[in-house]
Design a protein around this ligand. Structure first.
Ligand code: AP5
Ligand code: ZN
Length: 210
């Protein structure tokens, strides 16, 4: 199946998407991870994207839509795709609908106050084939500063500073929240409370997939 993960920054899209990927063997496509890799590699895409990301805004639709079209077409036959961080605007959602048929949009509902503390305490794995995420208190790695899965040294994302987090939340409410209505109208929306124990939320995710 084709699944879209919706929700504000820090709602747990990456955390839950990673578990789904492991359990179902689906391919997870995270535009955020792709963009960060491009920035790290200093590609044209990375240079273009960095300013928008650092400002907590959105990379232009045209850039993202072209990137995702290429990705989808390069995949071949897979059991399913989890879209994480895409679509983020109605224009992106329409472009995605013209490529393939989305079965389900899972919306993680979390209040802004909770998100700020989650993001400022997040630590991420820089390994592009891993991209695991941790939290200093809620989900710490077994060994401080080191990824459990691949042994890479964890880092703090540039955009996880409090000031930028607040801008990302504004951007979410203005541009991305309207997608809740978009998928509701299409009869594809399931909203899950994203607060509580990570494994408990994952059980609800699996229920929604049945
Ligand atoms: P992106 O990387 O997509 O960032 P985001 O949407 O802001 O999402 P996050 O990765 O911050 O949060 P998440 O929901 O995955 O939460 P996570 O699981 O990590 O995008 C970055 C930037 O790239 C954007 O700002 C934009 O500029 C650009 N961009 C990307 N896609 C774009 C697009 N389509 N169009 C235009 N521009 C685009 O969890 C967060 C923390 O909370 C972690 O520390 C985690 O351990 C912890 N946690 C998770 N679940 C729980 C729980 N249940 N209880 C307690 N803690 C928890
Ligand atoms: Zn890792």
């Amino acid at each position: 199946s084709m699944i879209v993960l919706l929700g504000p920054p820090g709602a747990g899209k990456g955390t839950q998407g990673e578990k789904l990927e492991t359990e179902l063997g689906y391919v997870r496509l995270s535009t955020g991870d792709m963009l960060r890799e491009a920035v790290r590699n200093g590609t044209e895409l990375g240079k273009k994207a960095k300013t928008y990301m650092d400002a907590g805004g959105l990379v232009p639709n045209e850039v993202i839509i072209n990137l995702m079209k290429e990705k989808i077409q390069s995949l071949g036959k897979v059991p399913g795709i989890i879209f994480d961080g895409f679509p983020r605007t109605v224009e992106q959602a329409e472009a995605l609908d013209s490529e393939l048929n989305i079965d389900l949009a899972l919306n993680f509902d979390v209040a802004d106050e909770v998100l700020v503390s989650r993001l400022t305490q997040r630590r991420s794995c820089p390994n592009p084939s891993c991209n695991a995420v941790y939290h200093l208190t809620n989900n710490p790695p077994k060994k401080e500063g080191v990824c459990d899965k691949c042994g890479s040294e964890l880092y703090q994302r540039d955009d996880d500073k409090e000031e930028t987090v607040k801008k990302r939340l504004d951007t979410y409410h203005k541009n991305t929240e309207p997608l809740i209505g978009y998928y509701e109208k299409a009869g594809k929306l399931v909203t899950i409370c994203g607060i509580g124990d990570i494994d408990g939320i994952f059980s609800k995710v699996k229920e929604a997939l049945q």
